[in-house]
Design a protein around this ligand. Structure first.
Ligand code: CDP
Length: 237
């Protein structure tokens, strides 16, 4: 039996290991990995560069006017399993990971027009199946019919520590406190915003990876994929 290419939605709080899991699954299954958060980060980077964000204020009217000029694409796979992020043809993969972008991305992602614009692009990417997308609203809004939905959780301390170690490699001046505050700030906005707030989809399966290493987390998810593929195959025959 050839395994059917399903769509897999992975959601969760900031820095809970969603992307790590999504990347590992995509590699193992030969699926396409899409980091939806990178798209919100690219829009935020664009706003910062073009004076649409000033003094922590987003000029919504100006942003909405510029949305059609924004072309975000995913390029080649990088050594860490991420994909290059291209904003109007320019590689912004590193720029979108700055604390400046992290500090404003949840404000930008709370804007309805931004979500409508990016969700349409994300849905188009998933049309053929075989996509693993991670984010906040993938199982609830982007792919409400995804054959497998995973909700990843980990304790706030562990999440902050992991992100701190990751960011330290490219931003050596960063402090753990700064990272912790940013995660708390984003979690608060992401869970309380009006437009598609971060919530666990009713049919999502939780993986708490506080005590799991990468291999254990991947093994658990692969079992869920196997089950979802079998279920999807039997219901379509
Ligand atoms: O990787 P990390 O958990 O730090 O966050 P991310 O996936 O890069 O997402 C950055 C921000 O984009 C989040 O804090 C959300 O505000 C927003 N986002 C969203 O609203 N919806 C998504 N599907 C993905 C990200």
């Amino acid at each position: 039996m050839t395994k059917k290419k399903i769509n897999i939605a992975i959601d969760g709080y900031s820095s809970c290991g969603k992307s790590t899991l999504a990347k590992a699954l995509a590699k193992k299954l030969d699926y396409v990995f899409v980091d939806s958060g990178a798209m919100y980060r690219a829009v935020t980077y664009f706003c910062i560069k073009n004076g649409i964000i000033k003094d922590r204020q987003v000029n919504e009217e100006l942003l909405i006017k510029h949305l059609p000029d924004l072309h975000i694409h995913f390029g080649e796979y990088l050594h860490n399993g991420s994909r290059a992020v291209l904003l109007n043809g320019k590689d912004v993969s590193l720029d979108i990971r700055s604390m400046e972008v992290a500090g404003m991305v949840s404000e930008v992602a709370a804007i309805k027009a931004v979500r409508t614009f990016l969700v349409a692009e994300q849905q188009a990417l998933g049309k053929q199946g075989g996509v693993i997308m991670d984010g906040r609203d993938i199982g609830t809004v982007v792919f409400p019919h995804a054959e497998l939905k995973i909700f990843v959780t980990a304790s706030p301390e562990i999440r902050a520590q992991r992100r701190f170690l990751e960011l330290q490699q490219t931003q050596p001046d960063i402090t753990l406190e700064e990272v912790k505050e940013n995660l708390e700030h984003r979690d608060f906005i992401d869970t309380t915003r009006k437009e598609s707030p971060l919530i666990q989809a009713a049919d999502a399966i939780v993986i708490d990876n506080s005590e799991l290493d990468r291999d254990e987390q991947l093994a658990r998810a692969l079992k869920l994929v196997e089950e979802a593929q079998e279920k999807s195959w039997s219901t379509s025959h």
